[in-house]
Design a binder for this molecule. Structure first.
Ligand code: FMN
Length: 212
C-alpha cells in the first residue's frame, strides 16, 4: 500500500461506544493512516458522557483536544466540520476509498441507507457508496427495530459491512479495554490493517485444551 492510499475517513456518531471509536482512531494513526475524522453533535455528547472527554464544536479546537487526549501526532489527523463541503471526503475525486462509522447510531444508518447527505458524515458515506469503496458501519443499538434491520439489510446488499458493536468473550477479557480491542481488531482486519490486539481464533492451543 502506498502512502497516498493510506487515507481513511472515520466518523464518530451518537451511538454508545465512544471507546471503540477512540481506540480505532489511535490504531489507525499508529498504522500511519491519514485520518479524516468527522464527529456528529450527538457523538460529542456521548464522548463527554462515556469518556469524560469534552470536545469543542470547532473542528480545529477538537483536533487539538484529541491530539492531547490520545498523545498522538497532529500531523495525520484532520478533524472536519459537519458543513465542511470543501473537505476531500465530500467528493469522489478526492475522498478516501475506505470509511468506518464507529460507533454508528441507528439514525445515521437510516440517513446513509437513504442517501440523505445532509451533513458531512452522510455525504462522505454516500461518496464511498457511489465510488464503490469500502464502508463499515459499527452499529450499536439494542434491540433492533424492523426499521433498523431493514436499513441494515439494504446497506448490506449494497456491499456495506454491518459490524454490530458486539464483542465476543472467548478471548477471556479481563478489562473493558479487552472488549474494546476485540471489536477494534475485527474492524482493522476488515480494513486490511495489520494488528495483534487479541489472539486469533484457533492459534491459542492452550485454551482449546482447557475447554474441550
Ligand atoms: C449517551 C447517549 C447514548 C446514545 N446511545 C445510542 C445508541 O447506542 N444507539 C443509537 O442508535 N442512538 C443512541 N443515542 C441517540 C443518538 O445520539 C441520537 O439518535 C442522535 O440523533 C444520533 O445522531 P447522529 O447519528 O447524527 O450522531 C444515544 C444518545 C446519547 C446522548
Amino acid at each position: 500500500m502506498t502512502e497516498k492510499q493510506k487515507t481513511i475517513t472515520l466518523a464518530f456518531t451518537g451511538a454508545s461506544g465512544a471507546p471503540y471509536g477512540l481506540r480505532l482512531l489511535e490504531c489507525l494513526l499508529a498504522a500511519d493512516y491519514q485520518v479524516y475524522l468527522l464527529i456528529s453533535s450527538a457523538a460529542r455528547v456521548v464522548l463527554a458522557t462515556e469518556q469524560r472527554l469534552k470536545l469543542p464544536a470547532n473542528p480545529q479546537a477538537a483536533q487539538s483536544t484529541l491530539v492531547n487526549y490520545l498523545g498522538c501526532s497532529a500531523e495525520k489527523l484532520v478533524v472536519c466540520g459537519k458543513d465542511d463541503w470543501f473537505s476531500p471526503v465530500a467528493s469522489g475525486s478526492a475522498a478516501p476509498k475506505q470509511m468506518v462509522v464507529c460507533p454508528c447510531s441507528a439514525g445515521s444508518v437510516a440517513a446513509i441507507a437513504h442517501g440523505m447527505s445532509d451533513n458531512l458524515i452522510e455525504r462522505a458515506a454516500d461518496v464511498v457508496l457511489k465510488e464503490r469503496g469500502q464502508l463499515i458501519l459499527v452499529v450499536r443499538e439494542t434491540p433492533f427495530s424492523t426499521l433498523h434491520l431493514e436499513n441494515m439489510h439494504k446497506l448490506s446488499q449494497l456491499g456495506v459491512t454491518i459490524m454490530p458493536a458486539a464483542p465476543g468473550f472467548y478471548h477471556q477479557p479481563q478489562r473493558i479495554e479487552d472488549l474494546v480491542d476485540f471489536m477494534v481488531a475485527r474492524i482493522l482486519d476488515h480494513l486490511g490493517v495489520e494488528q495483534g490486539l487479541v489472539p486469533r481464533w484457533g492459534y491459542d492451543n492452550r485454551s482449546r485444551d482447557e475447554h474441550v
